[in-house]
Design a protein around this ligand. Structure first.
Ligand SMILES: [Zn+2]
Length: 422
């Protein structure tokens, strides 16, 4: 007897599960993602918004409705744990100039701040929805969204409130850059970020973030911002080591941040600090960066290759991090300055081609890794208890995401058990 309202997706050529147990359908229901794992000639059952069964097609139970995947690959929906989507305007001229040889400087953010402050709420909401749809079309079913282009109490509060309309993963990034009106008085701006601005933004936010970089905020300022946010119940994450080595990664570990993002410039001490708090690698781990199923432990290194692509900087050393046992996530860093891509497939292709991650490591980092970076145990994997967020690829395996870069391979997207693309 099929369960009422159940959906069977069958004849899946390769099902990427990232399941918490070796055998999909194991007992670790709700435990969050495990290591990279696949089932060939697979099927899965969706009931409501959840996965209730995965296994070989030949053993699939009956269901009310059947979708024939026709030997295509099925993956967990991408989890993009780093995106700056609330903004107005664009900076294509800056990009063109940079590609013509001018180096990137953090001050370019100010142009977007001016445009964002001048925009109406309706304009910002329209831009946000355009990007959210664009992400969904490319297979992203969970995404984080930062403020950081308002930098006044009212403009930051507006940004986090708008972000909260489209994602639960809202990050307060008042400490993105010191705005022009506080030139020469960064301390007063940090006080604002830790005070009235935090008061206005905390009710709409889950996370607090700071751009810890020369030209933005130093270690003491970053510590003040993250500590103040944490005191209001927000969980820290941090921009660290994008433009040069600095104190950000070790600060992330010290404060128990969920993620240190960029990690392009790392010292030995940074890698050691991240490795020391990473969950112990499973003994049987082979070609996988996956930690055991514990999404609440450690500080993830979130790599953002779109930013290196868009600024023509060297890519982060993913191999060094993975080989040290650090949990690695991939995210888009979608923003109008340094990385105006919302495409997780593009980031996967860069990670494989230019960061020497294996195809399975890159896909794991873009799904389960993102879930760890957002401390989510319901996404980033496909096994009983997981949210039914998945992608059907127009290809027989996950490898095609890097093997056929730039090609639209997303055949269909389900979110919470519902077909949302096409
Ligand atoms: Zn960023």
């Amino acid at each position: 007897m099929p369960v009422t309202g159940s959906l069977l997706i069958t004849r899946i050529g390769e099902l990427v599960t990232n399941a918490p147990d070796d055998d999909a359908g194991g007992s670790a229901e709700g435990a969050g993602p495990g290591r990279f794992a696949v089932i060939r000639d697979a099927a899965l059952i969706i009931e409501g918004d959840r996965i209730t069964w995965t296994g070989p097609s030949s053993r699939a139970p009956a269901a009310d409705e059947v979708v024939d995947a026709a030997e295509r690959a099925v993956l967990p929906g991408f989890v993009d744990s780093h995106a700056h989507l609330v903004f107005a305007g664009e900076r294509s001229a800056e990009f063109a100039a940079r590609m013509a040889g001018r180096p990137y400087a953090a001050g370019g953010i100010r142009a977007t701040v001016a445009a964002t402050r001048a925009a109406t709420g309706a304009e910002l909401r329209a831009g946000l929805h355009r990007l959210a749809v664009e992400m969904l079309r490319q297979g992203t079913t969970t995404f984080e969204c930062k403020s950081g282009y308002g930098l006044t109490v009212a403009d930051e509060a507006r940004s986090v409130a708008l972000a909260a309309e489209i994602t639960p993963e809202v990050t307060y990034l008042g400490a993105h850059v010191v705005p022009a009106e506080f030139d020469g008085d960064a301390g007063a701006y940090v006080d604002l970020v830790c005070g009235a601005m935090l008061d206005a933004c905390a009710p709409h936010s889950r996370w607090v973030d700071v751009f810890c970089e020369r030209g933005a905020f130093g270690a003491d300022e970053a510590r003040a911002v993250l500590t103040a946010g944490r005191a209001r119940g927000l969980i820290p994450r941090i921009h660290a080591g994008q433009l040069g080595p600095g104190p950000g990664v070790r600060l992330a570990v010290e404060l128990g941040a969920a993620s240190a993002d960029h990690c392009t410039f790392l010292t030995d001490a940074d890698v050691d600090a991240l490795a020391a708090v990473a969950p112990a690698a499973p003994a049987a781990a082979t070609a996988s960066a996956a930690p055991p199923a514990s999404a609440a432990a450690g500080t993830v290194a979130t790599l953002l290759p779109g930013a290196e692509f868009g600024t023509r900087q060297p890519y982060p050393d993913a191999r060094r991090l993975i080989d040290a046992g650090v949990t690695v996530a991939l995210a888009s860093d979608c923003n109008p300055g340094s990385s105006y891509t919302s495409s997780m497939p593009f980031c996967i292709a860069l990670a494989v081609r230019d960061m020497h991650m294996t195809t399975s490591e890159a896909v794991w980092a873009a799904t389960a890794g993102g879930a760890h970076a957002l401390r989510r145990t319901d996404v980033g994997y496909l096994a009983p208890g997981a949210r039914a967020d998945l992608i059907i690829l127009d290809a027989p395996s996950h490898t095609y995401l890097a093997y056929r870069p730039g090609v639209p391979l997303i055949h269909a997207v389900y979110r919470s058990g519902k077909l949302v693309q096409p």
